[in-house]
Design a protein around this ligand. Structure first.
Ligand code: 13P
Length: 253
């Protein structure tokens, strides 16, 4: 049985006051961690303030980190710093990092190794462009991304990994993949993990769907057998919507 995992990716949104208001409201309302895992990934400067106020059940994750522990990397965030703040999760390889900031499959792989080395749980994002989907290349893209992302990652480390299937054409566009399409892609990703690591690992790993998830569509997405949660952008900025979506997961245990 895979525990649902509902996470918010705030991207470059919210001031300190707005973030504190959100966490004050949400931390006491999200479901018990024994049943549903919830996390918010704010911009890095907010991590410390929010972790102090995360409460019993909400967790705070980072949106990115560097693949080195320290060094001359202006503007980057060290995994050691995240660890020292008790950050639990880190998003790795989000399509905005890949497309706008030139992050490669190799960078993603190095970051995953570094996160696991320091006990940070990676939320590894993969997903195809619209053109790739229209040309029937979705599975090829997912296969390449999974293969490269997990190169050299050991079976036992997969326990701490979450995969987020985020088709790029569905991000911020209001075009959610239908539950069928999203479920099929997540099933394919699980089959890739099975081929590589065996059925125990494939059955245990959690796969989220991300891309225009909202309170009105989360139920049908979570109904899919291979979708174990959601990575939510825009709708996670609203405290009431986030609470509603976190609670929706209680119907899919
Ligand atoms: P939206 O929910 O705004 O489409 O964003 C999805 C996403 O990119 C989450 O990481």
């Amino acid at each position: 049985m895979r525990k649902p995992f509902i996470a918010g990716n705030w991207k470059m949104h919210k001031t300190r006051d707005e973030a504190l208001y959100f966490v004050l409201k949400v931390s006491s309302e999200v479901p018990n961690m024994d049943k549903v895992e919830t996390a918010i990934c704010p911009p890095s400067p907010l991590l410390r303030d929010l972790i102090k106020r995360q409460g019993e059940n909400l967790r705070i994750g980072a949106q990115n980190m560097h693949y080195e522990e320290e060094g001359a990397f202006t503007g980057e965030v060290s995994p050691l710093l995240l660890k020292s703040y008790n950050v639990t999760h880190v998003i790795i390889g989000h399509s905005e990092r890949r497309n706008l900031f030139g992050e490669t499959d190799e960078d993603v792989n190095r970051k995953i190794h570094m996160a696991l080395k320091h006990g940070l749980k990676p939320i590894v994002c993969i997903g195809e462009h619209l053109e790739e989907r229209e040309n029937g290349k979705t599975n090829d893209v997912l296969e390449r991304q999974v293969k490269k992302a997990f190169d050299g990652v050991k079976k036992e480390d997969l326990e701490d990994v979450v995969i987020a299937y985020e088709p790029i054409w569905a991000i911020g566009t209001g075009k959610t993949a239908t539950a069928d399409v999203a479920g099929e892609a997540c099933g394919f990703i699980r089959s890739l993990i099975k081929d590589r690591y065996g059925s125990d690992v494939a059955e245990a790993i959690r796969i989220q769907y991300g891309g225009s998830v909202k309170p009105h569509n989360i139920d049908e997405l979570l109904d899919e057998e291979d979708i174990d949660g959601a990575l939510i952008g825009g709708a996670s900025l609203d405290a009431d919507k986030f609470i509603t979506m976190a609670k929706a997961a209680l119907n899919h245990l």
